[in-house]
Design a protein around this ligand. Structure first.
Ligand code: PLP
Length: 236
């Protein structure tokens, strides 16, 4: 897709998404300000991303280290999150360049983030990814094991667990995912109520283009939307 086309597509989509986020927030007894709309910008060119930022997008998420690094220097001011699977040997490349890593899926990875944060003299905010559908093909902590792993991870210096993230199984209907979002919200509340040190449980990152309204209705505080903002991804 050319840049002009993708910018036009964005303009058409953005207001619609904002309205839908607002309505879903109200349906869940919250205000639109309680929900963060993060633009998932993989494969989107830098000019379109910067146009989105100028239009009001204040959070972006990339999910490949290489791609993120190739865009990062040219991005307008924006909150930068990492949302994809992260290999431990790439942690050092992004540690000072993102505010939040959504996709921490092992103690091993958390430990490396802690180590690199210490080296860089920073503290890193992370979310723990939960494999809410217990899918073999997906990474993330099993719901059953989450609390135990969390209690180990919060001991690590220089990282702060801010909440949970999930990518539920691929479904045909947004409604099919409601049960997974409900389960995530219960895990989130459960852990929050236990007041585990160094785990704030303020961010619940779930919901994408096809199901962000259902996710918000069930308690998401942050939705990651790509296709519905930028159109279908084109891989080069
Ligand atoms: C690509 C991506 C999204 C956005 O997906 P869409 O269906 O295009 O909205 C959300 N989260 C993660 C982790 C992604 O990689």
């Amino acid at each position: 897709m050319t840049e002009k086309l993708s910018i036009k597509q964005f303009d058409e989509n953005y207001q619609d998404i904002l309205t839908r986020v607002q309505n879903a927030a109200l349906q869940s007894g919250r205000t639109p300000e309680d929900i963060t709309l993060l633009a998932a910008t993989k494969t989107v060119d830098i000019n379109t991303i910067n146009h989105a930022i100028e239009s009001g997008i204040s959070f972006i998420g990339e999910n490949r280290v290489q791609e993120f690094l190739s865009k990062e220097a040219d991005l307008l001011p924006v909150h930068r999150h990492f949302i994809g699977h992260l290999q431990t040997n790439k942690v050092k490349d992004i540690i000072q360049k993102v505010e939040l890593i959504h996709s921490v899926d092992s103690f091993h990875l958390a430990k490396e983030i802690s180590r690199q944060a210490e080296k860089a003299g920073v503290d890193m905010d992370i979310l723990l990814e939960v494999n809410i559908g217990n899918e073999e093909s997906k990474s993330g902590f099993a719901p059953d094991a989450l609390e135990e792993r969390l209690c180990e991870i919060v001991q690590l210096p220089h990282i702060h667990v801010k909440g949970l993230m999930a990518i539920p199984p691929i479904c045909n209907q947004p409604e099919d995912n409601r049960k997974y979002f409900k389960e995530m919200y219960h895990l989130f509340l459960d852990i929050r109520n236990k007041k585990i040190d160094n785990s704030a449980m303020s961010v619940l990152s779930m919901g994408m283009s096809d199901d962000f309204e259902v996710a918000i209705q069930e308690g998401a505080t942050l939705v990651r939307v790509g296709t519905a903002l930028f159109g279908k991804r084109v891989y080069h």
